[in-house]
Design a protein around this ligand. Structure first.
Ligand code: SF4
Ligand code: SF4
Length: 363
């Protein structure tokens, strides 16, 4: 069901005035750890929000996505004591609210939910996720020159959120998506049911929004998996490989990257220690190094290709959800100026070259 309430569909919005947000935040802070977009050194990060002054809900984008709350950069999986043959799982989960999540990041969280609950469900991720309340916000203008969320279909969200806010000027329209959201709204001051004028204001805001977002890909994103399939041997990967430095920044900032490494940290007695999970990156040289030092994705070009295939094809095949949500963070982070928009458009252009283009495999 379309919960956004147009035409014959259900209308379920509430209205909260911006003037009561400070009071609402104070109440939320008593029961939850509240995180939201906060300015830092000219950019924005998701960080602790103590008062309304800490947060800026009109932020463009954040350096790291809210993924870092659900999948910390480093976490202890379990501690062990070899003498006692004891293994103690370390599952830490406190009630958290993540506030002001853009719709692209909501789609990324939906993918992570799918990934971490499939196969062997990840109890660490899922414990944290269960205790997390997601408050998303409608994006009303593009957040960066590199965003292509309109192409990837992530410029709106109809599920996954507990609450979804749309800025109406003096007020926010609030769409309630779950019982968790209902609970939070029940204790919010100054909330009222939306009236016909509010729906008209919402219609106006939403209709003005879409025209502000240009399409950035020269083809429909549904063609991306097949475009990549026929481009596996494209010379473009070698060209990009000469630019890429293998730094891994693109994967660190990506809301849908979730590869990790597991290491043991053992104390000096060699008797007790902890098993740690840390973020990893397929763009790093060691990622694909296996027995006898063999690296099955040795060249930068092969690693760049793998990343774009994972974003545009592999994750869609495995989970039926897009692996790239078009947030543009990787393009912003890449010092070699390798961007998904240019890469995908260039692959598309090269399909129509009439001159012979050399192709080849890469290690
Ligand atoms: S690949 Fe780039 S644009 Fe796509 S989701 Fe990851 S960081 Fe965002
Ligand atoms: S594509 Fe850019 S950000 Fe990613 S590893 Fe290469 S140089 Fe680093």
């Amino acid at each position: 069901m379309n919960r956004r309430g147009y035409g014959e569909f259900e209308m379920t919005f509430k209205i909260i005035p911006k003037s009561v947000l400070a009071e609402w935040f104070d109440a939320l802070n008593r029961d939850y750890r509240v995180l939201g977009p906060k300015p830092k050194a000219g950019q924005f990060i998701f960080d602790e929000i103590q008062t309304i002054e800490d947060v800026d809900l009109e932020y463009p984008t954040t350096i790291l996505p809210p993924k870092k709350v659900l999948l910390p950069t480093k976490e202890v999986l379990f501690s062990f004591d070899a003498n006692e043959s004891q293994f103690e799982p370390q599952i830490e989960a406190v009630p958290v609210i993540i506030l002001g999540i853009h719709t692209c990041d909501m789609h990324a969280i939906a993918l992570l939910d799918h990934v971490f609950s499939s196969g062997y469900p990840d109890q660490h991720y899922l414990a944290r996720r269960t205790k997390t309340t997601l408050i998303s916000i409608e994006c009303l203008k593009p957040c960066s020159e590199h965003a292509f969320c309109k192409d990837t279909g992530t410029l709106s969200v109809t599920e996954e959120f507990d609450l979804h806010l749309t800025d109406l000027g003096e007020d926010y329209a609030v769409d309630i998506g779950s019982e968790k959201g209902e609970l939070i709204m029940a204790n919010a001051p100054g909330v009222r049911e939306a009236e016909i004028d509010d729906y008209q204001r919402l219609e106006t805001v939403m209709s003005q929004k879409w025209a502000r977002f240009p399409y950035r890909l020269n083809f429909d994103v549904s063609e991306l998996p097949s475009l990549l399939s026929v481009s596996y041997d494209s010379i473009l990967w070698k060209i990009l490989g000469t630019k890429c430095m293998g730094c891994g920044s693109c994967t660190v900032v990506c809301p849908t990257c979730y590869c990790f490494d597991v290491v043991d940290e053992i104390d000096f007695s060699l008797e007790t220690g902890e098993r740690i999970r840390v973020w990893d990156s397929c763009q790093l040289n060691m990622f694909a190094t296996v027995a006898d030092g063999h690296n099955f994705r040795e060249s930068h070009g092969a690693r760049v290709r793998h990343r774009f295939f994972r974003k545009g094809k592999y994750l869609a095949s495995a989970y039926g959800q897009r692996g790239c949500v078009g947030c543009g963070r990787c393009a912003q982070a890449c010092l070699a100026h390798i961007t998904p928009i240019e890469t995908f458009n260039e692959l598309y252009r090269r399909q129509f070259l009439t001159v012979y283009e050399p192709r080849g495999t890469m290690p």
